[in-house]
Ligand binder design. Sequence first.
Ligand code: KIV
Length: 294
Amino acid sequence: MSATRVTTVTLREMKDRGEKISMLTAYDYPIARLLDEVGVEVILVGDSLAMVGLGYETTLPVTMDEMLHHVRAVSRGVKRALVVADMPFGSFQVSAEEGVRNAARFLKEAGAHAVKLEGGREVKDLTHRLTGIGIPVMGHLGLTPQMVHQFGGFKVQARTAAAAERLVEEALLLEEAGIFSLVLEGIPWQVAEAITEELRIPTIGIGAGSSCDGQVLVTNDLLGLFDDFTPKFVKRYASLKETITAAFAEYHGEVKAGQFPGREHAFRLDEGESRRWEQRLNRRRRTVKTLGRG
Ligand code: KIV
């Protein structure tokens, strides 16, 4: 595998060649390192952190400071992949100035290479502004989780022909505003296919079928670590919850039974020091016996 950095240009070239793009989420250093070593092209520090890492019911509560903390950890683990930081709810909706300031913090303070913004025409101007000052933007349309309360739940979007056409229009608007790539989440595959055909930039699907130029999943779902609920589009590639639970239970049992740590996990004095230590210990014991502890 080449160590050449993946850039926004690399992704565009991959689309042009018909080569699929692989993207996954990471929230910490060890997972970021593993993803990078495997060759995943894009690592997203998603605001899904709120649900799979911090225990919230939606993505809404995660803050800029929490996101920055995790983006820094991920960036330290990555040598090759493109690191994308998700703009959390409330960090870009209040004003363009605040959106620019927060997006810049991800690149300046946390080592991200790009940011992701949920939304369509309402983020068009901000997207244009960010890309104009050198902050690459990944778009995100469809079942955008920050809209969960507006949608009335995590519901598949663009299910009617009219809604599908509106989505295509929004995708084109975002492309015009300068996004380098577009996440399509929770929409019928026919709509994702049409958008992928119309756009020159690559689409990355999650619950959007196989025609997208790339795919993304939440890593904790793929690993079988998060099972509060499992969307239809998730494929589990491992059952880490079971593996980890078994390891914890075994440790707990061994500690209770005095089986861990064994001799092989302990440090020992070398022979000379051990003899001297025995002598000192015996002296201490004799003194304690004669004088008592007080
Ligand atoms: O927050 C996230 O992990 C995401 C992906 C699911 C695309 O936005």
